[in-house]
Design a protein around this ligand. Structure first.
Ligand SMILES: *[C@@H]1O[C@H](CO)[C@@H](O)[C@H](O)[C@H]1NC(C)=O
Ligand SMILES: *[C@@H]1O[C@H](CO)[C@@H](O)[C@H](O)[C@H]1NC(C)=O
Ligand SMILES: *[C@@H]1O[C@H](CO)[C@@H](O)[C@H](O)[C@H]1NC(C)=O
Length: 343
């Protein structure tokens, strides 16, 4: 990779994103898969689960500190298997030099020296790291941030962000696909069918609540005033209805095409990227597109939180007055997240 810049990651900035990294649980992965077999644990690179009939039926950790390799469904030696949840853990054990994705921040990439140390590089404004071909690419969505990262090779799974569509998993990457015109993918049996299996049965808050737009919809006059962040020539604009919807724009005068950030993330208009919700102060429904039970309320310095299931708001106890939405606890000290306001 050209232009490898050493950049020491400020610890606070790295920690900021942990916890909202993938937004998926093993149950979420199993729900999208018609087959039976192993999946990785999005919260722990040593952990695995077993899916059957779209349910998580068992789970455990690899023995002897080994790391679960989801594409091959095996437990690999830590010195040669990428830990999907921690670049530091990968490099601590790595015996030869390699580049790794930084799960908490797609704008960065890690470099394992092969001696236990890690260095960081940066893809620049608006850039994201694509680990499959070890390049920086442009876009608000992180290429490796799909459920396929935790799933086995050469299977088809439902796309949790786009019900009725599917992903083909290969080496941790998901290639999106769609059934023919008027057909929908059914993750229960892995078939394309004429009836829509998605309507009316989506029980989670990540299912695009609060917007009148649909994926791929072309809308006039939404790109006005937008500019590209060099070296990109196209740009992204917030949809001004949700925290997670954005428009892809080619010119300020042209139409914008709507899309949603991946589950667990919100759109940041400043960097034009999908990021951890805690790192952007969005004033629309912060419960949208996340699987969290509670979310901090904007403008309240993290002293107030919303109960996503009901929309009601509440306060932490006075002994621990601040709500830390990344760790889902009430704390004594105000967390340093953007949503909590200035220090
Ligand atoms: C990786 O670790 C295993 C088990 O500890 C060991 O047998 C193997 O030789 C190691 N590989 C390298 C390249 O050090
Ligand atoms: C590992 O190698 C890098 C580059 O040669 C060096 O800067 C770093 O100090 C080394 N770390 C250790 C723990 O030896
Ligand atoms: C690298 O991967 C990204 C994301 O998967 C893709 O958009 C891009 O076209 C790839 N670039 C090359 C040179 O293969």
């Amino acid at each position: 990779m050209k232009g490898f810049n050493m950049k020491v990651c400020a610890l606070a900035a790295c920690l900021l994103l942990v916890g909202h990294v993938s937004g998926y649980s093993m149950e979420d992965l199993c729900a999208q898969w018609s087959g039976s077999g192993y999946v990785g644990d999005p919260a722990d690179c040593h952990g695995w689960g077993y899916c059957q009939g779209q349910k998580l039926v068992s789970w455990n950790k690899c023995p002897n500190g080994r790391v679960f390799n989801a594409p091959t469904s095996t437990c690999g030696f830590a010195n040669s298997t990428i830990c999907t949840t921690s670049a530091v853990a990968t490099c601590t054990a790595a015996k030869s030099p390699m580049y790794v994705a930084v799960p908490s921040d797609c704008n960065q990439y890690g470099y394992c020296f092969g001696n236990g140390s890690i260095g960081y590089g940066n893809c620049g404004a608006g850039g994201v790291y694509a680990a499959n071909n070890n390049t920086c690419v442009w876009g608000p969505t992180c290429p490796q941030d799909t459920i396929c990262r935790f799933m086995k090779n050469d299977i088809f799974v439902g796309d949790p962000n786009n019900c009725g569509s599917y992903l083909q998993c290969n080496n941790g990457y998901g290639t999106p696909g769609q059934c023919g015109t008027g057909k929908f993918y059914n993750p229960g049996n892995g078939m394309c069918q004429g009836t829509n299996p998605c309507t009316g049965e989506s029980g989670n808050s990540g299912s695009n609540p609060g917007t009148t737009y649909t994926v791929g919809q072309s809308v006039a006059a939404v790109c006005t005033g937008g500019t590209a962040i060099a070296p990109a020539t196209t740009f992204f604009m917030p949809d001004k209805q949700t925290c997670y919807g954005y428009f892809y724009c080619t010119t300020a005068a042209g139409n914008g095409v709507w899309n949603a950030c991946l589950t667990g993330t919100h759109f940041d208009p400043d960097t034009q990227k999908c990021v951890s919700p805690a790192s952007v102060d969005c004033t629309y429904n912060r419960c949208g597109n996340v699987n969290s039970p509670f979310m901090a309320v904007s403008g309240q310095n993290c002293k107030q939180y919303e109960i996503c299931s009901s929309g009601a708001t509440a306060y932490c106890p006075s002994s621990n007055p601040f709500y830390d939405e990344v760790h889902n606890i009430c704390t004594k000290d105000k967390p340093a997240y953007t949503i909590c306001g200035a220090e």
